[in-house]
Design a protein around this ligand. Structure first.
Ligand code: TRP
Length: 468
């Protein structure tokens, strides 16, 4: 068996490639840490730093955050373990996994996942492109040469520039394709090990900075004191969708990563620690961003531009702000890369495994098609700004809504039902307890995934689409 080096999620790409050519040579993470780092790399991304703060702002704060945390524990953690169990038991991509375990209509669940990966990555690259643009601005020292009040306008300028957005989107997509295609050079592998903890530290620093700024107390109240009247069925669905999106669940990404873990890996420990890490990063991003919103009298419901309009204000004001800005956006781009590769990997794994395409063909062709689907998202605030699909949402926001709030909850629901009702207890328990792992909370988990997770997802989901 090949092994994936210890703290190196990226190398998975290379080993996965090998796997697709030959079942026997399928890759494995060499250690629990390697697997956890890869999964955390997939989970922590734009979802935490870009999306969580802005959907929290749009949904009124407090109550939304608490419901989000409830979703992490009742839906996220159980489902992550479920995906990992299915993945490791079958050692297959999502479509292959469901086909071999049960087949028939269940294979559609895998399909749903592959589709979701395709759709999500298309606009994910556009938003990541914004982060690359901001990295470029930071490198040029743009933030420190602007007055705090002018900084939010930089984002408006970016959204109006079609070419710039497509250029950065293409650049980011190119990097994702490059990594999935050939695995990663040593430098990038080692960088990952260092960069995630630094991102965490920078966010921690900015959160503390935020708490002690004039808007700090208001921000904490906004984030953590619930006004339950603001929790509408629509915002519950958004909280659920956000929890799934942030943890990379509901489409088989964790299933695919789980399929590269070996028998000794403690899956419950992995699912729990990845979920907790991911949630901490999201909350820290919120605590860093909302004090700026309140200090400068901005709108919490300012929408998808929130992180880009707020944090650079601080960079423009604090000592060594330019340097901080460079670090921050570099790390953000990096976090987005480790998530982007997990999205592409799911789709590529399917075409290599099931359709027997070469990895090169699958990666290049699929990558290019995903890029094309992303172009309308890149144009959604300029050329296509009057083109609304779902409600008053533009193209990007509509397909984000479609993916996060329809495809992922639907996928999550089906995966939970499959894990709780179709997989036998004997199979699930013996899979988890392979390699002398003791899982004392097995019955709690099984109860959650069998009843609570599907019921919660179904209620929220059916309610919003008007069936309940
Ligand atoms: N979780 C990532 C983020 O928060 C995005 C992501 C990566 C994802 N892989 C996924 C979302 C699979 C849903 C499904 O940015």
């Amino acid at each position: 068996m090949l092994s994936v080096s210890e703290t190196n999620p990226f190398q998975a790409g290379a080993y996965m490639a090998t796997f697709h050519r030959s079942r026997q040579k399928r890759g494995l993470w060499s250690s629990r840490l390697g697997f956890i780092m890869a999964s955390a790399g997939s989970a922590v991304g734009l979802g935490n730093i870009w999306k969580f703060p802005y959907v929290t702002g749009m949904n009124g704060g407090g109550a939304f955050v608490l419901f989000y945390i409830l979703c992490i524990f009742m839906v996220g953690i159980p489902l992550m373990l479920g995906e990992m169990v299915i993945g490791r038991h079958t050692h297959k991509n999502p479509v292959g996994a469901f086909r071999s375990l049960k087949g028939g209509a269940w294979t559609t669940v895998g399909w749903l996942g592959v589709t979701a990966g395709f759709v999500i990555l298309s606009y994910y690259c556009v938003v990541a492109g914004w982060a690359v643009d901001y990295l470029w601005l930071a490198l040029k020292g743009t933030f420190s040469s602007h007055h705090a009040t002018e900084v939010p306008g930089l984002f408006v300028d970016l959204l109006e520039s079609d070419l710039a957005q497509i250029f950065w989107q293409a650049l980011f997509m190119g990097a994702v394709i490059g990594i999935v295609l050939g695995g990663v050079s040593n430098g990038l592998e080692r960088a990952n090990k260092v960069m995630m903890p630094i991102l965490f530290l920078i966010l921690l620093f900015m959160a503390v900075y935020g708490i002690f700024s004039p808007g700090g107390p208001t921000a904490l109240r906004f984030l953590f004191s619930p006004e339950w009247s603001k929790l509408t069925p629509q915002s519950m669905l958004e909280a659920l969708g956000q929890a799934l999106f942030s943890l990379s669940l509901g489409m088989g990404a964790m299933l695919t990563y789980g399929s590269y873990s070996d028998e000794k890996t403690n899956l419950p420990y992995a699912a729990f620690s990845v979920s907790v890490m991911d949630s901490c990063v999201a909350l820290l991003a919120g605590i860093a961003i909302f004090p700026i919103v309140f200090t400068y009298g901005m709108q919490p419901a300012g929408g998808p531009g929130l992180v880009f309009k707020t944090l650079p204000i601080i960079f423009s004001r604090m000592p060594a702000g330019s340097l901080f800005a460079v670090f921050f956006f570099l790390l953000l781009v990096f976090a987005a890369l480790t998530s982007g590769i997990s999205l592409l990997e799911v789709v590529v794994a399917y075409y290599c495994d099931e359709k027997k395409w070469s990895r090169r063909k699958a990666t290049l062709l699929i990558g290019f098609l995903i890029f094309l689907l992303g172009v309308p998202s890149a144009l959604s605030n300029s050329l296509l700004k009057d083109f609304h699909i779902i409600g008053d949402r533009n193209f990007l926001d509509s397909i984000d809504f479609l993916a996060s709030n329809i495809l992922l909850p639907l996928g999550g629901l089906l995966i939970a039902v499959f894990t709780g009702w179709v997989l036998t207890t004997r199979l699930a328990k013996s899979e988890i307890e392979k390699g002398a792992v003791r899982f004392h909370c097995y019955s709690v988990w099984h109860f959650l995934i069998k009843y609570i997770t599907p019921i919660l997802v179904a209620l929220v989901f059916l309610h919003t689409i008007g069936l309940f």
